[in-house]
Design a binder for this molecule. Structure first.
Ligand SMILES: Cc1ncc(COP(=O)(O)O)c(C=O)c1O
Length: 466
């Protein structure tokens, strides 16, 4: 779907009244959720006393309570109550070969059995993994492995500042770059500023310039008003929260031009797009080459602990061995053999299986079929769009409501409603990120498509015609 149509359809979702499920029907669905997820509920009740909030990560936060997973295979996952789901969360993106993919898992099992998990010293898999990343990503000549996307985001800022001798950074509102102090600003929804910045000194943000997505004038003004002070522009190249605020077709190119013109580095956060959108990441897909690339969980296909800052040699070399007068970054378990072997073998298996092509073909089919289904209910403006195997499904558009509009008061109601829809689709055997994203893998098939359409058809049938 073209950018203009996506924006138009998002606006329709935002301007039209929301489409709630009638109270009595919703109560029945909630009862069903409690009934079929009794063991998950017990686990959650216990977890609440041991783990803050009862979950470790916001990906696992679903309402009315999170589901505890037991096992996964292909595109399917099973929870502790034995319920089976078509998984569109895929560990937050990294699973593209399919869960528990034996040719990959067998390599890791062999490694651990024969050699043990880690020594804290250099291993040969680091070289093999780095070579694979460099081979595919046009903007990457060197790689430094870290332990998460957040760490890689942190490192990229440090490199950019060390290289340019400048301090200020331009970030796009709604974008997510992990939980490092300097990035926790205007998360999820553009313009929310310090809403999520509890525990972070406000002075940190004096160095951050927050602009709205696709605001070309604001981007130019930021450079003009801070001449010679901008170290870097950091973007998610398909748009903030990896496409929930879809990128304008000219945005990345303009970021590239202005960064070069003003001597700043362009940083692509490819935690979601690298080795998912394309083997060469968004930089290949959009043909815009960043100076630094941030990679995350995807490079180890769900194996811990994965992240990397990568980029052009002239910039990356500044990191050196971490022993002298160079930017200090590190991590004991960074580049451990398990992660690096997973990276090397996952990329090799993706090449062999044409995994991105298959995942994209399924995503295209799913988007078309779901949009056709939604078209049978012209009173309901739901729709899907995708960047390859990254699908965004829009039902209440709670991420996209403009904070300065009168509709802003509805954001929480819209989020809650998306979660109510998720109760229904979860009861029907789907797992996705409520009201936002669905990832696909190379193993999603006709059966998955059929089950997905059936679940949404049922959900639509619960919403009264208007
Ligand atoms: C675009 C983007 N950047 C950074 C991160 C942070 O990665 P991690 O959760 O590995 O710290 C994420 C996590 O989902 C992400 O989506």
């Amino acid at each position: 779907m073209e950018y203009e149509e996506i924006i138009e359809r998002i606006q329709r979702v935002i301007t039209e009244p929301v489409k709630p499920i009638p109270e009595e029907i919703l109560e029945k669905e909630k009862d069903e959720y409690f009934k079929i997820n009794a063991r998950s509920f017990e686990i959650y009740e216990e977890a609440k006393g041991l783990i803050p909030g009862g979950v470790e990560h916001n990906l696992a936060t679903t309402n009315p309570f999170p589901l505890a997973m037991d096992r996964a295979k292909g595109y399917k996952i099973w929870d502790v109550d034995g319920n089976e789901y078509v998984d569109y969360l895929l560990c937050g993106g990294p699973i593209i070969l399919g869960h528990h993919y034996e040719p990959l898992d067998n390599e890791i099992i062999k490694l651990v059995e024969e050699k043990g998990p880690s020594t804290g010293l250099t291993n040969e898999y680091e070289i093999l993994a780095a070579k694979k990343i460099i081979e595919h990503m046009p903007g990457v000549e060197m790689v430094r492995f870290l332990q998460s996307g957040t760490e890689a985001d942190m490192a990229a800022l440090r490199v950019a500042r060390a290289i340019t001798g400048r301090q200020k950074v331009i970030k796009v509102g709604g974008g997510y770059h992990g939980w490092y102090d300097q990035y926790v600003w205007s998360l999820h929804i553009p313009g929310t500023g310090a809403l999520n910045s509890i525990g972070i000194p406000p002075s940190v943000f004096e160095l951050l310039i927050d602009i709205r997505p696709n605001d070309f004038d604001a981007l130019e003004k930021a450079f003009e008003d801070n001449k010679g002070e901008i170290a870097a522009v950091v973007v998610e190249p398909v748009g903030g929260e990896s496409g929930a605020h879809p990128v304008h077709p000219d945005w990345n190119k303009r970021c590239r031009e202005l960064s070069s013109e003003h001597g700043a580095l362009l940083i692509f956060d490819e935690v979601v797009t690298g080795f998912r959108l394309d083997m060469g990441g968004a930089q290949k897909y959009f043909d815009v080459i960043p100076d630094l690339t941030i990679l995350g969980k995807i490079i180890a296909h769900g194996y811990p602990s994965a992240g990397a800052v990568a980029g052009k040699k002239e910039y990356m070399e500044i990191l050196g061995k971490g022993m002298g007068q160079e930017p200090y970054i590190g991590g004991t378990l960074a580049a451990n053999p398990i992660t690096c072997a997973a990276c090397y073998h996952a990329i090799t298996l993706m090449e062999k299986n044409d995994a991105i092509k298959k995942s994209t073909e399924f995503a295209n089919r799913l988007v078309n079929e779901m949009n056709s289904l939604f078209a049978t209910r012209p009173d309901i403006p739901f729709f899907l769009y995708n960047f390859g195997p990254i699908i965004h499904y829009v039902t209440t558009a709670f991420f996209m409501v403009d904070l300065t509009s009168p509709k802003a008061v509805e954001i929480f109601k819209r989020k809650e409603l998306a979660e109510e829809y998720q109760i229904v689709t979860s009861n029907m055997g789907l797992n996705a990120l409520a009201g936002t994203r669905m990832y696909t893998c190379m193993q999603h098939d006709d059966e998955a498509l059929e089950k997905t359409l059936k679940a949404w058809e049922y959900l639509l049938s619960l919403i009264p015609k208007s």
